[in-house]
Write a protein that binds this ligand. Structure first.
Ligand code: PLP
Length: 214
C-alpha cells in the first residue's frame, strides 16, 4: 500500500528450502498460498507430508534429468534458462497431460555464478514456450546480486520491468507477461515498488536457514 500498489496483485512465495515440513505447514495454515522450493528431492519429501491446497513453485536451478519429476511436483517453474529445458518440459508435460506455467529467469548482472539468460535471449525462449502446446509463459524472474543495502538492487528490478514492457508488444499474440518474480527478504519492499507480482521470501518468514531446530 505504501508503494501505491494493490496488495491483491502481489503474491507471497514462501521460499522453503531447508525448512522442515511442520514449519511449512504452519506457514500455510497462517495464510501462505504458494511454496517456493529449490530442489526436486526436498520438494518430494516435503510434499509427501503436506496435503494442503497450495501451489508449488520451482525457484531453484533445474538439471535436465529432473524435468520429468518437476512436471509432477510443480505448478509453476520460475527458472527457465535454456531452450533444451523448454523442449523437455513440453515432452513430459504432454505425457502427463498437464499444462505448465513457466517464467523465464533473466540474468541482469552478468554474474557467471547466477543462472538465467541474457536479456537478448529472452524473446526466443518465450517464443519456444508459446509454441509448445502444454506450456505457457506468464512472465520473468530475476535474482540480483546480494547487497546489504536494498536500494542497490533497485535498478535490477526496474530493468526487469522495463524488459517486460519492451517484450510485451512483440511476443506471440496470446502471451501475457503479467508476472515479475523479484525481491527476497532483504529487498522485497524495493521490488514491490518496482512492480514485483511474486516476492520470494524465506528468512523473513522462517528465520535464518540452518537454525530451524533452535
Ligand atoms: C532462498 C531463495 C529466496 C529467499 O531468500 P531469503 O533471503 O531467505 O528471503 C528467494 N529466491 C531464491 C531463488 C532463493 O533460492
Amino acid at each position: 500500500m505504501r508503494a501505491g500498489r494493490d496488495p491483491s496483485e502481489i503474491v507471497l512465495v514462501a521460499a522453503a528450502k531447508t525448512v522442515p515440513p511442520e514449519k511449512v505447514r504452519a506457514a500455510i495454515e497462517a495464510g501462505v498460498n504458494v511454496i517456493g522450493e529449490n530442489y526436486v528431492q526436498e520438494t518430494k519429501r516435503v510434499k509427501a507430508q503436506i496435503d494442503l491446497p497450495v501451489k508449488w513453485h520451482l525457484i531453484g536451478h533445474l538439471q535436465s534429468n529432473k524435468v520429468k519429476q518437476a512436471v509432477h511436483l510443480f505448478d509453476v517453474v520460475e527458472t527457465i534458462d535454456r531452450q533444451s529445458l523448454v523442449k523437455e518440459f513440453q515432452q513430459y508435460a504432454s505425457l502427463a497431460d498437464k499444462r505448465l506455467e513457466l517464467l523465464v529467469q533473466v540474468n541482469l548482472s552478468g554474474e557467471l555464478s547466477k543462472s538465467g539468460v541474457k536479456p537478448d535471449e529472452v524473446l526466443p525462449l518465450i517464443e519456444t514456450i508459446a509454441h509448445s502446446e502444454n506450456l505457457f509463459c506468464s512472465g520473468l524472474m530475476t535474482l540480483p546480486p546480494f547487497f546489504d543495502e536494498p536500494e542497490r538492487a533497485r535498478h535490477y528490478f526496474s530493468e526487469l520491468r522495463e524488459l517486460r514492457d519492451r517484450l510485451q508488444p512483440i511476443v506471440p499474440g496470446n502471451v501475457r507477461l503479467q508476472e515479475l518474480s523479484m525481491g527476497m527478504s532483504g529487498d522485497f519492499a524495493v521490488a514491490i515498488e518496482e512492480g514485483a507480482t511474486l516476492v520470494r521470501i524465506g528468512t523473513a518468514l522462517f528465520g535464518p536457514r540452518g537454525a530451524q531446530g533452535s
